[in-house]
Design a protein. Structure first.
Length: 316
């Protein structure tokens, strides 16, 4: 199954009424709609692009049934914006009716520029390094924001205890071993991966958690013609975590030259200890992503994270 076929199958499971989406956008923006298009992107939310009669473009992101609200995501975006990160403006967070009950929706402005993933392949080596250095600088700004605790707060605003988080994370990773086996990892590879989970000081962080984007790939970063970062979008995987943990996930989204430039922009000169901790974090972070893709029946996603685990183990 191709990525497009997988997304078609996934998104066919839930769909808001176009009329309800249009009503939400009109109510939020006060403008008419010249065009409304559902975008089958990602596996977390339903996304609609609305071209408005006044020339603006906005996006309506709608939670899957039963997936909660966007309130904590808005909080994370506000914290990042206050730190100087270019984040699209949230116009509204509201409910939208559906056959399965009310679903949470967010309407956001379009970020200026173009997606990094569209720009990067056409750049010469020096310009590619320039834009990735800029991405590294923005990621450092995101990580300059301290969070009150690891992961996310509950509905009452209480952040989880770090010791409890570490214990539950280890148990969760161990319970995901069947997905690792289904992905083709050997018993020795699974044992080695779980050993790194126990040993990683960064996933979750033992102290001083910071704001992490969690999914800083090329579709979520917008850049202009001068290669400046103009927007960081889709904060659905944000969490309180460690700098190295977020850098580890970022490393899985880009090639080695691009990630080296990110580190340069971030201000990191990687030594042996950093590389070891990064590899440990890649292993620990990749396990739940593999299990998630396994639960969705996405063989390509499962295979991708299996390879990330193997590559990281080889570096340890």
């Amino acid at each position: 199954m191709t990525d497009d076929e997988f997304l078609d199958t996934l998104h066919a499971r839930f769909a808001a009424s176009p009329a309800e989406v249009a009503a939400l956008v009109t109510r939020t923006t006060g403008a008419g709609i010249d065009g409304l298009e559902r975008l089958k992107v990602g596996d977390e939310n339903e996304v609609h692009r609305a071209d408005l009669s006044d020339g603006r473009t906005v996006f309506a992101r709608i939670r899957k049934p039963g997936d909660g609200t966007f309130d904590s995501e808005v909080w994370a975006m506000e914290q990042a914006r206050a730190a100087g990160v270019p984040v699209p403006r949230v116009l509204a967070v509201a409910g939208i009716p559906s056959d399965t009950g009310e679903r949470s929706a967010m309407v956001v402005e379009q970020s200026p520029g173009r997606p990094l993933g569209d720009v990067l392949p056409g750049l010469a080596v020096d310009r590619s390094r320039t834009v990735m250095i800029n991405v590294g600088r923005v990621l450092a700004r995101i990580h300059s924001v301290a969070t009150p605790g690891p992961r996310r707060p509950d509905a009452t605003g209480r952040w989880p205890d770090p010791v409890e988080v570490r214990h539950s994370l280890i148990m969760e990773r161990e319970s995901q071993a069947p997905s690792l086996e289904a992905a083709g990892l050997s018993a020795a590879e699974i044992a080695a991966a779980l050993e790194q989970v126990h040993g990683s000081p960064d996933v979750p962080p033992r102290a001083d958690p910071v704001l992490c984007h969690g999914d800083l790939h090329g579709a979520h970063v917008f850049v202009d013609d001068d290669l400046a970062v103009r927007g960081v979008i889709d904060w659905g995987l944000w969490h309180g975590g460690s700098r190295i943990g977020d850098l580890a996930m970022t490393s899985t989204k880009y090639g080695e030259p691009e990630f080296a430039a990110i580190l340069a922009g971030y201000g990191i000169d990687p030594d042996a200890e950093f590389r070891e901790r990064l590899a440990q974090a890649v292993v620990s972070q990749s396990i739940p992503h593999l299990a998630w893709h396994d639960s969705l029946g996405n063989a390509r996603g499962r295979a991708f994270y299996a390879q990330q685990i193997r590559s990281a183990l080889a570096r340890l």
